[in-house]
Design a binder for this molecule. Structure first.
Ligand SMILES: [Zn+2]
Length: 185
């Protein structure tokens, strides 16, 4: 498996699908360990170091998503406007997408104008109905991630993926099924 755990001194992990604090209101993951494809992890470390140079931190809200979890998300919210159809697959099930925000050095999240996963026009890049400071914070995250080689998602300020994500295969469920989805005890 090309997946590697996200561990970096300027990155906090706050996987929302490991808690009910997400758009489905239910816990989707049985684990709270964040993984990415090694190519994506290398690009995330570049962004983390750029953030760290400004006294900021990254907070990862979602990363690699096992396809079993994509099915659970789909079962909770079977609407392709909000959740990728698991038969098609998500960029997250390829391990090359990350949902994240920026934080101050003490871990306090910056104001991005909306919550993670708020599926409204206010979550789109370029939306001017949010406070000016939040617009600037989004632009700063966009800048750091773009310099680090990520593509943005026009409708979701928190979502970034490597360019041409379909170059990367959907990752097998076998390993995650045993080692990630069913933690011992
Ligand atoms: Zn995403």
């Amino acid at each position: 498996m090309p997946l590697q755990e996200i561990k970096h001194p300027a990155i906090d992990i706050d996987l929302r699908y490991a808690t009910p604090d997400n758009l489905t209101g239910t816990t989707i993951y049985e684990h709270a360990i964040a993984f990415l494809h090694k190519d994506a992890l290398a690009a995330l470390v570049v962004a983390a170091e750029l953030a760290g140079a400004q006294g900021l931190r990254l907070r990862v809200l979602d990363a690699y998503r096992p396809s079993a979890a994509q099915w659970r998300l789909w079962a909770a919210l079977p609407d392709p406007r909000f959740v990728a159809d698991p038969r098609v697959g998500s960029m997250h099930t390829r391990g090359v997408a990350v949902d994240l925000t920026l934080c101050q050095a003490d871990g306090t999240p910056l104001d991005m104008g909306t919550a993670f996963d708020e599926m409204t026009e206010r979550s789109c890049h370029g939306n001017t109905d949010i406070p000016a400071l939040a617009q600037r914070n989004r632009a700063l995250l966009l800048e750091l991630m773009t310099i680090a080689g990520w593509d943005h998602h026009p409708y979701e300020w928190w979502h970034y993926n490597l360019p041409e994500p379909t170059r990367y295969p959907q990752l097998s469920d076998q390993v995650e099924g045993e080692s990630l989805m069913h933690t011992p005890g």
